[in-house]
Ligand binder design. Structure first.
Ligand code: AVI
Length: 327
C-alpha cells in the first residue's frame, strides 16, 4: 500500500483558480442593475467577514453550527465506516476547516485533503493548521469560486474514493436551481464510488429562524453590513455603511431566510465607474438561506443524480447531516 510522503507545513502550496477581480465586479454591477437589487453572498467573506461569521457560529441563537457538530460527533464512527479508508476529502467552502477534523480524527488513512474557498487568507491559515495537526495528510488548498463551474486539479488518482464534504448548510445559500446544478457538478467530480457528506438545515418554527438571523448582539447585522465595506475596498466603491440597515425575514412560502440591506435614504453610490441610485427603503438582497424538509432535499438530490443513503438528525430535528452517493 502506498503511503503518501508527509508534507512539511512550510511546503503548503495554495493553488488559485480565479475568479478575476473584473468578473467579480461585473457580478456586483449586474446584481445592482436588477429591478430588485442583489449582491453575491460570497462577498461576505473578506478577512473581517470571515471573523464575524466565526463569531456568529458561536452565538446561542445560531443553532446550526453546534447542532451539526454534535450530530457529526455522535455519529463519527458510523460516518467514518461508510467513508472507508484511503480517501481524498474535498471540502467546499472550508472556512476555518474545523468540522473536517471530526472526520480526520476517525477516518482510516485519509490520503489527501483539498479545502476549497474563495477567502484566500483564511484558506491558507486553516490549511496550514490542518497540515500541522495531521502531518501524514497531504493538504492541497484550492482558492476558487466553487459556486461557478470549475475543473479542480487532478489529485490522488491512487485514492480509494473521493469524498466531498459540504457542511454548515451552505447549500441553503444557493437558489433552488443553482443548488441542483451545484450538486450535479459535485456528483460528476465524485465519479463512481464517491460520496457527499452534506449539512442541510431543516424547516422549523420561524421564531427560531428569526432569532438565528437577528441575534441580540447584532453580529449578523455587522456581518451583513460588512459586505458593503468589502465592496468599497475591493472595487473602489463608496457605500456609507451608516446609510443601510440589516433586515432578515423568513419567507414561509419559499422556505427561506431572506437577508437584505435596506437603504435609509435616497442616495447615489459609486461602484467602479458606475453610479447606482438607491431610493429610501429600497432593499438589496444579500443572501438567501433555504431550509429544507427531508423529502424535498432527497428529491432535489435525485434530480441532480445523487441518492440519499443515510440521514442523521438531532432529536429536535433542527438540522441534518446526510450521506449521498452518485448514481
Ligand atoms: C454560510 N451560511 C450557511 C450561513 C447561513 O446560515 O445561511 C451564513 C449566514 N448568514 C447569516 N448568518 C449566517
Amino acid at each position: 500500500m502506498r503511503v503518501p510522503a508527509a508534507p512539511s507545513v512550510a511546503s503548503i502550496h495554495l493553488e488559485e483558480l480565479g475568479p478575476q477581480l473584473d468578473d467579480l465586479q461585473d457580478e456586483v454591477l449586474r446584481g445592482l442593475a436588477k429591478p430588485a437589487k442583489e449582491l453575491p453572498c460570497k462577498l461576505f467573506y473578506d478577512r473581517r467577514g470571515s471573523a464575524l461569521f466565526e463569531k456568529i457560529c458561536t452565538l446561542d441563537e445560531y443553532y446550526l453550527t453546534r447542532t451539526e457538530t454534535a450530530i457529526m460527533e455522535q455519529h463519527a464512527a458510523e460516518i467514518a465506516a461508510l467513508i472507508g479508508e484511503r480517501c481524498v476529502l474535498i471540502e467546499y467552502g472550508s472556512g476555518s476547516s474545523s468540522k473536517i477534523r471530526i472526520l480526520l480524527d476517525r477516518i482510516r488513512e485519509p490520503l489527501y485533503y483539498m479545502p476549497i474557498d474563495l477567502a484566500k487568507d483564511q484558506l491558507l491559515r486553516s490549511a496550514t493548521a490542518v497540515a500541522a495537526a495531521y502531518p501524514r495528510l497531504n493538504v492541497r488548498p484550492l482558492c476558487a469560486d466553487y459556486t461557478q463551474p470549475f475543473v479542480p486539479p487532478s489529485i490522488a488518482e491512487d485514492a480509494a474514493r473521493r469524498v466531498a464534504f459540504f457542511p454548515g448548510s451552505t447549500i441553503g445559500n444557493f437558489h433552488l436551481h443553482e443548488a441542483e446544478g451545484f450538486l450535479r457538478q459535485v456528483g460528476e467530480l465524485l465519479s463512481h464510488e464517491g460520496c457527499l457528506l452534506i449539512g442541510v438545515d431543516l424547516k422549523k418554527d420561524p421564531r427560531l429562524l428569526h432569532a438565528a438571523y437577528n441575534d441580540s448582539a447584532g453580529i449578523t447585522a455587522e456581518f451583513n453590513l460588512n459586505i458593503l465595506a468589502h465592496i468599497n475596498s475591493r472595487f473602489g466603491a463608496n457605500f456609507r455603511l451608516d446609510q443601510f440597515a440589516h433586515r432578515a425575514r423568513y419567507n414561509e412560502q419559499l422556505g427561506r431566510i431572506e437577508m437584505h440591506l435596506i437603504s435609509l435614504a435616497d442616495q447615489v453610490v459609486r461602484v467602479g465607474e458606475s453610479m447606482i441610485l438607491l431610493k429610501a427603503s429600497e432593499p438589496i438582497l444579500t443572501e438567501v438561506s433555504y431550509k429544507y424538509d427531508l423529502d424535498q432535499f432527497a428529491a432535489l438530490a435525485e434530480r441532480a443524480g445523487l441518492g440519499v443513503r443515510r440521514v442523521w438528525t438531532d432529536s429536535a430535528q433542527l438540522f441534518s447531516v446526510q450521506y449521498l452517493v452518485s448514481h
